[in-house]
Ligand binder design. Sequence first.
Ligand SMILES: [Zn+2]
Length: 251
Amino acid sequence: MDNTMIMREDQSDADLAFMDEAVLMAEEALHAKEIPVGCVLVHDGRIVARGRNRTNEGRNATLHAEFDALRHLLPDRSHSVTPQLVRPFTPQLDDVLAVSGGANDPAQRKVWQTPLKGVALYVTVEPCLMCASAMRQVGIDKVFYGCANDRFGGTGGVQSIHSDPRLLYAPPYPAVGGYRREEAIMLLRRFYISENTSAPNPKRKNNRVLKTDIPEVAPSRSPSLASRSSTPNLAPPSPAPAPLAPAIPTI
Ligand SMILES: [Zn+2]
């Protein structure tokens, strides 16, 4: 749809270093026979949480890498101490009233004091619709991702939840892709070419060959047609069946 991609020469060393850490998490997911998506959350120049896909391990379709990382930050019953950077998760009454009262007047509109202001997400694959929405609700500052997700992407791949002005409750955030994109795609290919032993009816894929060519991606905002061609359908003839529906691109 409308992914924003950044060329390699415009990517900072610091951002690449954080994405390298996300790639490591994705590799851990691959070794655990999970769809290889990994991420880190960064605050004040340091990693404050790491996550990877655990949908099979947790028997929980919401345990995408982003949620895995978030649960280390957001307070819940298992955390006796809430990290200092996390503000109360529940919006205060004043905030809610301000949102509803200012709905027809953008100048009066006020957003919730979201809990993760100042935190950036680095994730190997564009966040899905669910995660893109969650990131907005917790007030993430910015999202950096590897490859686009043209099946489930919520930051331009399918819809642009990160920037949709109709969502009044939380501020929009920028999302930029292209960081370690090739590595992210190759991890997904390695997963799909291997036999998914946790699937209900594992398919033999011994005859499949790992593709290594990565199509170039157009810089910045691509028209929808160009965007589509930058993320071609490189999936095997039939994607590996998984016990829990994965939200990942077909690459
Ligand atoms: Zn997701």
